[in-house]
Design a protein around this ligand. Structure first.
Ligand code: NDP
Ligand code: MG
Length: 411
C-alpha cells in the first residue's frame, strides 16, 4: 500500500542525491537525464544501464558523469569500452552487469527498462533497500505480489513514475485507504479513439505509433493504441494502491491533463493534473518528498478551454476488458497476459500479425493457461518468471501455427 509520507518540508538536502538509471537510453531515461542535468547538482548519476546501444549508452554516461555503465547485450562490450576509454567510467556488459548497475551504491534507482527484462534488475535494487522510481509497469504486472511484499518487508519506497499512478499518489495525499471509494485512471484514447473496430484491427505499425499526446518508446506506444496499456495500468494500480478491480476505473480523456482521480467515501474527489510531460512525475519521484522548481511543461486551462471525458469502449478496445478479466481472475494470469502481449507487440512491429491480433493472441494464451490449470499467484520473482516463460512459449507456438497455416490473422 502506497501512502504519501506526511513529513514537514525539510528543505533541500545538502548532499546531492545519487541516482542509477536503468534504461538510460530510452524515452524515460532521457527525460530523467533532463531533470538531473537541470537539478543544479541536487541530483547526480551513479550508474547507467541500457540494452543494445553502446554508443548511446556511452554518450549518456559521459554527459551525466556516471561511474559505471552496463549494457545488456554482450556483443556491444568492445564498442562501449572503446567509447568510454579515457573517461574513468567503468564499462561492463551482460545480464549480470545490468544487475550490478542496479546495485551500484545510490539512493534511488529509476527503473525504466522496457518489458519483462526490467524485472530482475529492478527487484535486485528493491531487495537491496534502494528507493525505486518505477516506470517499468511490467514489473508489477508480471510479479506484483513479490515486489509489493519486498517493499513492505524492508520499508522501501516504490514510487510510481507512470503518470496516472503518480497523479493518484499525489491526489491521495497520504489519506487512509479505507476512506477511498474508487481510483480512476485516465487514458488519452490513443490514435484510434474515434476509429471503427474494423479500421483498428487493420491498423499499420506506423498508424499505431502515432500517439496524439505522448512521445514514448515503441512498446508502450503500441500498448497505448489498443488500451492494453490502460489494462496493464489497472493491474499496476491494484498492486501499488492495494485496490481490488471493482474499485479501479478508466476514463478516456483526450487532452491528457487530468491523469488520475481519487474519489473518497464522503463524495469529495481529488485529481492530479499536469501537462502531458513525463518530467513531472519523474521529478516528483526523484526529489520526493521535496518539490523543487523544474523545467517541466506547464499548462493553461483557459487556453485549453475544455476537458472532455468519456467511457472507454471495450468492444473496440478488447485488450482493456481482457486485462480487467485477468486482474479479477488472478492466479498468475496477469503474468501470462504481460508475456503474451510482449511477444504479440514484437510480432506486430515485425509485421507478422495484425493490430487486432495483439489482443486475440494474448487472450488465446490466457485461455490456454486457464485450461492447463494455472492456479497459483506467483509468490516470488523466480515463480513469476517461470510463468512468464510459459506464457511466451504459448505465444510463440501460436505464432508458429499461424505462419504454418498461411493465415494472416488469428481466428
Ligand atoms: P524505450 O523503448 O524508449 O526505452 C527502453 C530502455 O530500456 C532503453 O534504454 C533500452 O536500451 C533499455 N533496455 C531494453 N532492454 C534492456 C535490457 N535487457 N537491459 C537493460 N536495458 C534494456 O521505453 P520507454 O522509456 O518509453 O519505457 C520504459 C518503461 O517505462 C516501459 O516499461 C514503459 O511502459 C514505462 N513507461 C513509459 C512512459 C513513457 O512516457 N515513455 C510512460 C509511462 C511508463 P536500448 O536503447 O539500448 O535498447
Ligand atoms: Mg501511463
Amino acid at each position: 500500500m502506497l501512502h504519501a509520507e506526511r513529513k514537514p518540508n525539510a528543505g533541500y538536502e545538502a548532499a546531492p542525491r545519487s541516482v542509477v538509471i536503468l534504461g538510460a537510453t530510452g524515452s524515460i531515461g532521457k527525460s530523467t537525464a533532463d531533470i538531473i542535468a537541470d537539478s543544479n547538482g541536487a541530483l547526480r548519476v551513479a550508474a547507467v544501464a541500457g540494452g543494445r546501444d553502446p554508443t548511446g549508452l556511452a554518450r549518456v554516461a559521459r554527459d551525466l558523469g556516471a561511474e559505471f555503465a552496463a549494457l545488456a547485450d554482450e556483443s556491444g562490450y568492445a564498442e562501449l569500452k572503446q567509447a568510454l576509454a579515457g573517461t574513468g567510467i567503468k564499462a561492463a556488459a551482460g545480464r549480470a552487469a545490468v544487475i550490478e548497475a542496479a546495485l551500484h551504491p545510490a539512493e534511488i534507482v529509476m527503473a525504466a527498462i522496457v518489458g519483462t527484462a526490467g524485472v530482475e534488475p529492478t527487484f535486485a535494487a528493491l531487495a537491496a533497500g534502494r528507493s525505486v522510481a518505477l516506470a517499468n509497469k511490467e514489473c508489477l504486472v508480471c510479479a506484483g505480489s513479490a515486489f509489493v511484499r519486498q517493499a513492505a518487508a524492508l520499508g522501501t519506497r516504490l514510487l510510481p513514475v507512470d503518470s496516472e499512478h503518480n497523479a493518484v499518489f499525489q491526489a491521495l495525499g497520504g489519506a487512509d485507504p479505507e476512506t477511498v471509494e474508487k481510483i480512476v485512471l485516465t487514458a488519452s484514447g490513443g490514435p484510434f479513439r474515434t476509429w471503427t473496430a474494423q479500421a483498428i484491427a487493420k491498423a499499420s505499425p506506423e498508424q499505431a505509433l502515432q500517439h496524439p499526446n505522448w512521445s514514448m518508446g515503441p512498446k508502450v506506444t503500441i500498448d497505448s493504441a489498443g488500451l492494453m496499456n490502460k489494462g496493464l495500468e489497472l493491474i499496476e494500480a491494484h498492486h501499488l494502491f492495494g485496490m481490488e478491480a471493482e474499485r479501479l476505473e478508466v476514463l478516456v480523456h483526450p487532452q491528457s491533463i487530468v491523469h488520475g482521480l481519487v474519489a473518497f467515501r464522503d463524495g469529495a474527489v481529488s485529481a492530479g493534473l499536469a501537462a502531458p510531460d513525463m518530467r513531472v512525475p519523474i521529478a516528483h519521484c526523484l526529489f520526493y518528498p521535496q518539490r523543487p522548481k523544474t523545467m517541466a511543461r506547464r499548462f493553461d486551462l483557459a487556453e485549453i478551454g475544455q476537458l472532455n471525458f468519456e467511457r472507454p469502449d471495450s468492444a473496440r478496445f478488447p485488450a482493456l476488458r481482457l486485462a480487467r478479466d485477468c486482474l479479477k481472475h488472478g492466479h498468475g494470469l496477469p503474468t501470462v497476459l504481460n508475456a503474451a502481449n510482449e511477444v504479440a507487440v514484437e510480432a506486430f512491429l515485425g509485421r507478422r500479425i495484425s493490430f487486432g491480433d495483439i489482443a486475440r493472441l494474448a487472450e488465446r494464451c490466457c485461455d490456454v493457461a486457464v485450461r492447463e490449470g494455472l492456479s497459483r499467484e506467483p509468490q516470488s520473482v523466480e515463480d513469476a518468471l517461470a510463468v512468464d516463460h510459459m506464457g511466451r512459449e504459448r505465444a510463440h507456438a501460436l505464432l508458429a501455427e499461424l505462419a504454418a497455416s498461411g493465415m494472416l490473422t488469428i481466428h
